[in-house]
Design a protein around this ligand. Sequence first.
Ligand code: NAP
Length: 463
Amino acid sequence: MIHIAVVGAGPSGIFAAAELLKHPGLSVDVFDRSPTPFGLVRYGVAPDHTKIKSVTTTLSKVFADPRAQFLGNVDLGKDLDLDDLRAAYDSVIIATGAPHARRLGIPGEDLPGNYAAADLVSWYNGHPLSGTPFTARAEAAAIIGAGNVSIDIARVLLKAGAGLRNTDAPESVLTTLGRDPVREVHILARRSVAEAKFSHAELRELEALADVDIVVNPADLELGAAASARCGASRAATARIETFRRWAARPSRGAAKRLHFRFLRSPTAVLGSNHVTGLRLQRNVVDADGALAAAGSEYLPVQAVIRSIGYTGNPISGILFDHDRGLIPNTAGRVEADLYVAGWIKRGPSGTIGTNKACAIQTVATLLAELSRQAHTGEGTSVARAARARLRAGLVTRLQAHPERHRRCVTWDGWTAIDAAEIDLGSTRGRARTKINNFRRLVTIGTQPDVARSAAAVAIRRP
Ligand code: NAP
């Protein structure tokens, strides 16, 4: 049997595991720093996108195969090193995604009231290791960046309160967001409407937001010769422009909340002394090569600034990292003969959940070609395999019996106990699921499922 370690139990890691398991003679251990599987699907996809989140049913099927094992609550770089994995497995696939937000590099970016999209999204999705929660008492918030993550964030902020009850977001998130809902959300795009990255389906979804007026200044939609020439033939750009023109022509309905789209604006400073009070913006013109130049400045009063300008991956000690692109350089997924990458850490932060399937399939094909080459040349002898098996058994035993109880690893059985506990918790509040976002509680349930089940039963019986 050939044993592969996959680091990252998000969609790309699990798609890679599924592809590997199509081949008899392969087994896969999938590690994740979180006690729970599904990565970006559970913690990145917006909570109200329940249909996209339901892909977890397909991903779960992988762990019905006895050759697949989930080892959650295991942090690469803390609980084990890449060298441990390379010594114990025939090959390793890194699928750790791109969990960090890029920085703007402007003054005031660290003032309280600034949020990174990566932190905000993982917080409202209940990630147990997420950073700063959204605590701003913000009447108005600016979201910087013209991508789908900005739209997700705007929708979640504008749905705060009753609009999110049909999701699996933790109760604490619903309470915080509902307490002082943001009334004005400004999405700021540095380029023209033709060059925005919003997808059309995401834009159209905004029309269903209750009690929200979408505000677009028709003057902001003028393209100029350069943008028209660059984007003229694009069907996606044409559909997007038509939607924005329709919105710009619509009269205000006097709704309680407003979503403003402002094109050709770049932030140059976040203003405030103890907390964000506003943004200084540069009005842009874009030249024929796509370069931005200043055409004036403006002030925008806001109490929260969310930078949503793309994600970057985590470097891994001992391997090359491309800091500009936020990924591990590779050729069709191959980094070295026993080391591979899949997903956002391989190709950068782009595409839908489904894009990761094709990406993982390519990586696995590259890996299998290498294994087949090794089989022909006689590399990876049975003696080396026996040594690896001993190391692997030692590694898994060590992780499962870690002296600090709250750092023990969570297996698939442990995850099914967490899953059941979240469904139970949801049912007490008339919801299909309420996510648990407390790290220790997740690990306790995941490592002591029986204790957790009886505790949950007692809690549910209490009024
Ligand atoms: P994205 O699509 O790459 O958008 C990032 C935006 O940030 C761009 O508009 C970019 O402008 C802007 N930007 C970058 N640096 C900037 C700066 N210094 N100042 C101002 N603006 C800056 O990234 P994303 O929104 O994080 O999405 C990541 C991926 O996930 C995308 O492929 C997205 O489609 C996908 N996604 C899909 C869904 C869905 O299908 N439902 C939901 C969420 C995310 P420029 O174009 O000028 O660089």
